[in-house]
Design a protein around this ligand. Structure first.
Ligand code: EPZ
Length: 433
């Protein structure tokens, strides 16, 4: 197992370039399967979840060619609709293969999705959507089996706002006969990105980014070249790392509009944030101790649940009492016990965390329980006095490309080691200590 070793106390300074959005890429890669023609996807992040999904595509017959680290060519000729890849069971994005294969082949057998352990994560809204298009769907032996003689446009009103269900039903409906109307849709930027990609392949999708998406099914999709939007959550994570360390960092290759909920909270606690066309500068170097705030995670354009652990962590050393309410996932405060080991004073009651700001955190050995909480623990390590070890970095690598390298380039004392590499760890500690 690999771990990060961090010596805290350095202000982050300089520039960091953000990669393409992981959660958009998952939908777009699945969508690429829906044409037999060549698709070129640019700005793909080189992270574990994406690489696992590309391997799964290759296993069912697609031709995958990495043109460079961030560009992939996909020819989605599939020779089976059964995805039986063990890794797929561990990731969330595998569920997009149901919508994509059902749309293209009228048949999909895909392992029930896993993913970060942050709540119960049912998929009944996805299934409701597929059924409304005329598919039979059942779950047996850990597989979701979806089949349709013919897929016909339908009218779907989601009971809850779901990112995954919105994208998944949009995928299947793109190749259904007739018009589909999906109401109460999620509006996250990656939904718009997947819709734009499908439209670039000849789909007819209108309204993505609003509550109602209208899709006129087409018979066939064609090849396309498409560049994925920047990752809003990676950008937000670096914004908070900069703020928490009292740093001054320019975060490049972002869409500032997508970051507004995060920017607004940073400004509220006293950070200076300057937006340019495709970058944001976060400057907390002259602001003294930051203030407190109250936040509720919401669907876009509200404050993203995927930024909740990083925000809670950043507020742990701010002045006064902050309150964070998690309204999307019921089990997303598991990392708080780890923060407590580092001296944080946070009390979790139900879906609310009450954060009493402490003067400082102190280094400890902590365990990343999932992707975003793992990133949050790294932020804690950057702020803490002394050395912090963050175990299970494989969670973090599911969604952050070269996380420790990017942090090091802006002044963090951080490196990655195998847990058995005592020599390397000692050497690092002597060097930075
Ligand atoms: C996506 O998960 C993201 N994952 C998550 O990112 C993100 O946290 C989440 O959206 C919310 O923004 C991917 O894009 C792969 P949802 P998803 O369906 O699609 C409930 C990260 O760190 N729900 O919008 O699974 C669900 O339990 C990850 O990158 C149902 O009840 O999220 C949750 O409470 C973690 N039934 C809420 O809706 C359903 O059928 C929102 O879930 C579907 C969802």
């Amino acid at each position: 197992m690999e771990q990060y070793v961090i010596k805290g106390g350095q202000r982050l300074e300089g520039e960091v370039v953000i990669n393409g959005a992981k959660n958009a890429a998952l939908g777009i890669i699945a969508a690429a399967l829906m044409t037999d023609e060549q698709v070129i996807i640019e700005n793909i992040p080189d992270v574990l979840d994406i690489n696992v999904l590309l391997d799964a595509l290759a296993e069912i017959g697609a031709v995958i060619e990495r043109k460079d680290r961030h560009t992939v060519k996909i020819v989605g000729r599939v020779n089976t609709t059964k995805v039986d890849n063990e890794s797929m069971r561990k990731m969330r994005g595998s569920y997009y293969l149901i919508g994509a294969l059902l749309g293209k082949c009228r048949d999909a057998q895909v392992p029930l999705p896993g993913g970060c352990n942050i709540g119960s994560r049912p998929i009944e809204q996805h299934i409701k959507g597929f059924k409304a298009l005329g598919a039979d769907v059942d779950i047996s032996f850990g597989m979701v089996n979806a089949k349709a003689e013919s897929l016909k446009g339908g009218h779907i009103f989601f009971d809850i706002v779901s990112v995954g269900a919105t994208i998944n039903v949009m995928l299947a409906a793109a190749l259904a006969e007739g018009q589909t109307i999906i109401e109460n849709c999620a509006k996250e930027p990656h939904i718009v990105d997947v819709a734009n990609f499908l439209n670039s392949m000849g789909a007819n999708i209108k309204g993505a980014g609003t509550d109602v998406i209208r899709i006129k099914g087409v018979q066939k999709l064609h090849g396309s070249t498409y560049s994925i939007i920047p990752d809003q959550i990676e950008a937000g994570t670096f914004m908070l790392a900069a703020a928490a360390t009292g740093g001054n960092v320019c975060i490049k290759n972002v869409i500032p509009k997508h970051l507004e909920a995060i920017t607004a909270k940073l400004v509220e606690i006293g950070v200076e944030v300057t937006e340019e066309d495709d970058s944001v500068r976060v400057d907390a170097s002259n602001t003294g101790r930051l203030g407190n705030t109250q936040i509720k995670t919401l669907v876009y354009p509200g404050f993203p649940t995927d930024m909740q652990p990083q925000m809670t962590t950043s507020l742990a050393t701010c002045e006064g009492t902050s309150i964070i309410t998690e309204s999307i996932f019921e089990n997303r405060f598991k990392y708080v016990d780890e923060l407590t080991k580092m001296g944080a004073n946070i009390k979790v009651e139900g879906n609310t965390a009450i954060i009493n700001g402490v003067e400082k955190l102190t280094g400890a050995t902590v365990c990343a329980p999932d992707l975003r909480a793992g990133a949050a623990l790294v932020i804690a390590g950057l702020v803490a006095e002394g050395f912090t070890v963050v175990e299970h970095v494989e969670y973090i690598e599911r969604g952050y490309e070269g996380f420790e390298k990017k942090l090091r380039a802006i002044g963090a004392s951080i490196d990655k080691f195998d847990e058995s590499d005592n020599k390397g760890i000692q050497k690092f500690k002597l060097k930075v200590g």
